[in-house]
Structures are given as structure tokens and as C-alpha cells.
Unconditional design. Sequence first.
Length: 168
Amino acid sequence: MEAHAVASEAAEAHDAHPFLRLVKLSSDALPRAQAVAIVDGRRGGVSIGRDKTFTPRLRLPSMEVSKHHANIYSNSRAPIRYSVSDTGSTHGTFVCRRDRPTSTGELAALPDSSFERLSQPKHASQPYDLHHYDLLRIGLQCTVFEVHLHGTAWDVCDRQMGASACTN
């Protein structure tokens, strides 16, 4: 009985703060082998920027990315659990709402108007809630990620296996 209670508490903790997985769809800044970044909201999130730091960071070494470009972090508002904010970048942070996976062909065909810029250049943005399958673009064309929300870090995302759906 006690082992079941511990397992239930662990499951509730993961449900309270699901993991955010950023699946790279395109990037001029990241090597081909770097395809997925996992953000653990219990750890305070992650910053995105051009330079190395001692804090958790998704580093995109491109001049189109500001030194301190954006932050992704967990929030406590259910059912939305992650937000992104632009920290005053020059080339912007953009989000495109999607309700299904995006293929590479679809990504290439999406007009720029599909993406909402979070703030004007050199101005910090308000937090912007992220949803499963949203597209997150850093810079004008530098890197595009598909957002995946999962209960645990080890939930399988079929996109990683070449398919186009997620299973929890």
C-alpha cells in the first residue's frame, strides 16, 4: 500500500508540472543531432540566448539570436503550464498556435503572418502561454521548435520516431 501511495504522489507531482519538450523543426544554429530540448518546470525553466552561461540555457549560436533572447518557465495556471517571454531581443520571439503536428513542408509554407511576435524590438514581452503543438520561432528565421507538453520526461513523442503524434 505504501509503495502505491509513493507512486501516486510522484505521478501527481509530474502532472502538476509536466515537462515541456522543444522539438527542432528547423535551425541554422543547432547541429542536426541536437533535435530535442527538455525543460523541467520544477527547475525554474530555461533561458534562450546566443552566449554560454552557468544557468540552464538553450544556446543558439547565431547573430540573429540576442545574448539574452527569451525565457521559458513553468507557471501555476492550469491547464496552461508553461509560458515564454521575450527579454527585449532585437529579432524577436514568435509563436504560431497549432492544434496538430506540423510537417517540414507545412512549416515552409506557413506565411510569416501565422506567427505572432511577442514584443517590439528591444522591448520585453508579457508572458505568453504555450500549448501542445505550438510553434516557437527564435529570431526572424533562425530556429523553429514545436512545443510538446508531457507528464514525464520519458513519455514517448512519436515525432522523435518519425511519426506525427504524441502518446503519454
